[in-house]
Design a protein around this ligand. Structure first.
Ligand SMILES: C[S@@+](CC[C@H](N)C(=O)[O-])C[C@H]1O[C@@H](n2cnc3c(N)ncnc32)[C@H](O)[C@@H]1O
Length: 245
């Protein structure tokens, strides 16, 4: 079966166990401070299995999330229930999301927005985020750059026989479409499943233009996990924007 964030959902947290989510939360706080925004209600755009949402709620924020993948949201809900945490998670597409409430800040981490391959759909996603923010609200997100794809960041494998889930991922970068297609094979014992993930690289200019059109101002980009400007070799950027007042 070929899918995206489908069959892999129950294994996602295990695969991502070395991802420094706690550091990412600290960096999110630092970027919020740069914007002088002090949120209480927060929206996690493409929340996956809800790890960051949970951390924020534990820190006293009211964080909710949504994601396109029912499997990822099922995991997020299962984790919250197991920890007796009351967190709202919804299955929704970023280009069409309607949570029916507004927030002080929205964020999207782990190159989730690169998964939106159609520029018009990404514009709609930015519009929908803006519609969910109060005037002056903050939007912070990261994106892989073309450098990440050119350097084959997705070519990864763990074929150790004692691994819970063995995997081999191979990326195919198309410089013309600026889309990378990653063929992912997973094995659990003798059982095999496959996923295909695709991401598009957007230039800083494209992102700024779309954010502006969506009604954001104070647009900035950083070499990820620093307060430095992007470098030619940055493989990931963090963008910050404020909804026009
Ligand atoms: C690499 S995962 C990151 C999940 C989470 N942000 C994290 O840090 O663990 C990317 C997520 O983006 C979600 N996604 C992709 N396209 C989406 C869309 N159009 N709307 C909402 N979620 C989407 C996927 O389902 C997946 O859960």
């Amino acid at each position: 079966m070929t899918s995206s964030f489908g069959p892999v959902a129950p294994y996602y947290d295990d695969l991502m166990k070395f991802v420094p989510y706690r550091m990412w939360i600290g960096y999110y706080f630092l970027l919020l401070t740069q914007q002088d925004v002090h949120p209480e209600k927060i929206l996690d755009v493409c929340c996956g299995t809800g790890t960051m949402c949970q951390m924020l709620n534990r820190e006293g924020f009211k964080a909710s999330g949504f994601d396109l993948s029912p499997g990822m949201i099922e995991e997020a809900r299962r984790k919250a229930e197991a920890k007796k945490m009351d967190i709202r998670y919804e299955v929704m597409d970023a280009a069409e999301v309607d949570m029916g409430e507004t927030y002080d800040s929205a964020y999207s981490f782990f190159d989730s927005l690169n998964n939106i391959l159609d520029k018009d759909r990404l514009q709609l996603a930015f519009n929908r985020v803006a519609a969910h923010l109060r005037p002056g609200g903050s939007f912070i997100f990261d994106m892989n750059t073309a450098v990440a794809f050119e350097e084959q960041m997705f070519d990864q494998e763990n074929l150790r026989s004692n691994a819970k889930l063995r995997y081999k991922w191979v990326g195919d970068w198309n410089a013309n479409t600026r889309i990378i297609t990653v063929n992912m094979r997973f094995w659990r014992g003798q059982e095999e499943f496959r996923e295909t993930h695709q991401q598009r690289a957007y230039s800083e200019e494209e992102i700024y233009e779309m954010l502006d059109l969506a009604g954001f101002e104070d647009l900035r980009a950083y070499h990820s996990y620093t307060l430095n400007p992007p470098r030619p070799k940055s493989d990931r950027l963090h963008y910050t924007a404020v909804r026009k007042r």
